[in-house]
Design a protein around this ligand. Structure first.
Ligand code: NDP
Length: 248
């Protein structure tokens, strides 16, 4: 916990899992937090309460981050209520049901790429338009949540998910170079197996001990890294992604 006030951070998919833990870790680190959610209003309200108990301002904002107009409303609401946004955690994401590539249909592929890749680009673009020093902004940090699967491929389960996250890794590198001179740093986190609701029932029981550290990670262990990357403590980093995957 720090007494320093860091400004305003927007966390997409902040109602549960890694996004919820990141919201609380960022509040503990001095940020006021815009907690985005899509469906789970009660969970988002609990996250807001936890941030407020740490002495920070926080609001929950419903928006589906695959829709450009909803993303604009999300950014505008957080800015109007809390102030200019200095960091964005591009976290919202889904996995598709386990299946082999030969079984995929177009609807499945469109859904996973739309929520994991297209939304990450749209949210990052909205952040850049507001933060860029070239257009009067004060600069900032974007942290994209990818997956260790982007590197490992997730064969036999969801190669489409892995590919959609590889697009996020490419976004991190490319955008970091594009906006470095506009006061914006772009970083990534690649979590491994983390205990959240994203996993199908029983999956973590089956493979949770396979990482070299012998256990799945906790959302709070990813959140600590996100908070570090969002802060000035990572001031000479941009364009890189950090694995938080227990050695996987
Ligand atoms: P959860 O399923 O626990 O949470 C997903 C969050 O994303 C929820 O807050 C959900 O909102 C939100 N969300 C989903 N779709 C949208 C949308 N279209 N618009 C707005 N919000 C949306 O997942 P995790 O916390 O596990 O995952 C967070 C990120 O970390 C994801 O990008 C995931 O791919 C990545 N990741 C997770 C790993 C893991 O093992 N857990 C491993 C590697 C990467 P709501 O609840 O309101 O519907």
């Amino acid at each position: 916990m720090t007494d320093e006030r860091r400004g305003v951070v927007l966390v997409t998919g902040g109602s549960r899992g890694i996004g919820a833990a990141a919201s609380v870790a960022l509040a503990a680190d001095g940020w006021d937090v815009g907690v985005n959610y899509r469906t789970r209003a009660d969970d988002a309200a609990q996250v807001v309460k936890a941030c407020e108990q740490l002495g920070r301002r926080a609001i929950a904002v419903q928006a589906d981050v695959v829709e450009a107009d909803q993303i604009e409303r999300l950014f505008d609401t957080v800015t109007a209520e809390l102030g200019p946004i200095g960091a964005v955690i591009n976290n919202a994401g889904i996995v598709t049901p386990s299946a082999k590539v030969a079984e995929y249909d177009a609807a499945r592929l469109e859904q996973v790429f739309r929520i994991n890749s297209v939304s990450a680009f749209l949210v990052a673009g909205a952040a850049v338009r507001r933060m860029s020093t070239a257009s009067g902004g004060a600069g900032g940090v974007i942290v994209n949540i990818s997956s260790r699967a982007a590197v490992l491929g997730s064969a036999g389960e969801y190669v489409d998910y892995a590919a959609s996250k590889a697009a996020v890794d490419a976004l991190t590198v490319g955008l970091a170079n594009e906006v470095a001179k506009e006061g914006i740093r772009v970083l990534g986190v690649r979590p491994g197996l983390i205990e959240t609701e994203i996993h199908a029932p029983g999956r973590l029981d089956r493979i949770g001990t396979t990482p070299p550290l012998g256990r799945p990670g906790r959302a709070e262990e990813v959140a600590e890294v996100i908070a570090f990357l969002a802060s000035d403590r990572s001031s000479y980093m941009t364009g890189s992604s950090v694995d938080v995957a227990g050695g996987r």
